[in-house]
Design a protein around this ligand. Structure first.
Ligand code: MN
Length: 381
């Protein structure tokens, strides 16, 4: 069976970087899929005797969608180096062009929809790219990172090495709501078993607080660990989920878990409150599309609020938080509506956008908001 395009090539390039002691920089989205992806690669690199020199996670509220130029600028001191982007990057044409100019070799491991030309990265792993022969297209980024990491480890990888990878991949795959079929089904089956026999301190501590290894094992049991590990950690450069999964003792993991449990409760309250306010605002009208400015403490709450509205009204939902100059937004939609294609039709009005057919993000200058709204509406009537 065909392999996903460039999986082996990416693995060879990473091995080469380790062998020649090149500097390695990893950059990822900060959600569960991104955290899983970065950990899978970092641990594979360490396993073959290498090290990651710098690692960072995107801050969507501050930097928008993908890799911002300001973020790239903060990597400059590491060039020349191998820069690996996971769970983002497929839309960062200009940023990757500049990264190459700075002296980075760039690998993009991303599963987001491709609109327009591919970025000028050295190696791109994304089954959605035109020439990719692989039949199954809907792996999470961590599923792709897993395939690369398994190649990095090579034939010497033991079952326990592979378990360490797949227990991370199941978390990102389930959190990213990937269809649980074919490759993903295998990741889930193996991953649940691996999680439930894991010796990772953070996993043991999570299990001791809330046993998610019930019989029968099911992805629904992962709601608790994912809600903690995938919590967007406001103001933190490195998300707490990363620290929990890297912790060497349960006590070390516990401190972060307690902090994130508190944060989750506060977040849930705010999500419910704002969703209720919006429902009151929309009332009993039956809108073709919901497009609203929302006041929230944190941009990352928009996705959860939009999910509630999609369930309630069954129409595409675009929510944005206004900031000086530009607004950042999050969108969710029922299956019948492709949000990335819809935004692509309005792309001249947007400074950035990208994501999946049913869940994506955007950044729009405040002066263009009304036109953007009209552009979307015109596609819904
Ligand atoms: Mn993802």
């Amino acid at each position: 069976m065909d392999e996903i395009l460039n999986v082996s090539k990416a693995a060879r390039r990473i091995r080469k970087a380790v062998k020649h002691q090149e500097r390695i920089v990893l950059f990822s989205d900060s959600d569960m899929d991104g955290i899983s992806s970065i950990l899978i690669l970092e641990e594979a690199i360490e396993h073959i005797g290498g090290k990651v020199d710098h690692m960072a996670f995107s801050n969507r509220e501050r930097d928008g969608y993908g890799m911002a130029l300001s973020v790239l600028e903060s990597f400059r001191e590491y060039a020349p180096a191998l820069l690996v982007l996971t769970d983002l990057g497929i839309g960062n044409r200009e940023e990757i062009r500049q990264a190459r100019e700075m002296g980075f070799d760039v690998i993009v491991i991303d599963h987001h929809e491709i609109s327009g030309d591919l970025p000028p990265a050295n190696i791109i792993v994304n089954p959605k790219q035109p020439k990719d022969p692989y039949v199954f297209k809907t792996l999470a980024a961590c599923g792709l990172a897993m395939k690369v990491a398994e190649r990095v480890l090579g034939s010497k990888a033991t079952k326990s090495d592979k378990d360490c990878i797949v227990e991370l991949a199941v978390l990102g795959t389930v959190a990213d709501l990937m269809p649980l079929e074919q490759d993903n089904r295998e990741i889930v089956e193996r991953g649940l078993l691996a999680l439930c026999s894991s010796s990772r301190a953070g996993i043991l501590e999570l299990r001791s607080r809330h046993n998610f290894c019930l019989d029968p094992m099911s992805t629904e049991n992962l709601d608790y660990p994912i809600s903690i590990l995938g919590a967007r950690d406001r103001g933190e450069d490195i998300p707490g989920g990363y620290y929990i999964l890297r912790a060497t003792t349960q006590q070390e993991a516990k401190n972060t878990i307690l902090r994130l449990e508190r944060a989750r409760k506060t977040k849930d309250r705010e999500v419910q409150k704002v969703a209720t306010l919006l429902k009151e605002r929309i009332g009993t009208s039956s809108p073709a599309l919901i497009f609203e400015e929302v006041k929230v403490s944190d941009f990352v709450l928009l996705g959860s609020i939009a999910n509630i509205l999609v369930r309630e009204y069954d129409v595409p939902v675009f929510l944005h938080k206004r900031k000086a100059g530009a607004s950042v937004g999050s969108t969710r939609a029922p299956k019948s509506f492709h949000v990335v294609k819809a935004m692509a039709k309005c792309k001249d009005l947007l400074s950035a956008f990208g994501g999946h057919p049913g869940a994506a993000g955007f950044r729009v200058e405040n002066k263009n908001i009304e036109k953007f709204r009209e552009c979307l509406y015109s596609q819904c009537i």
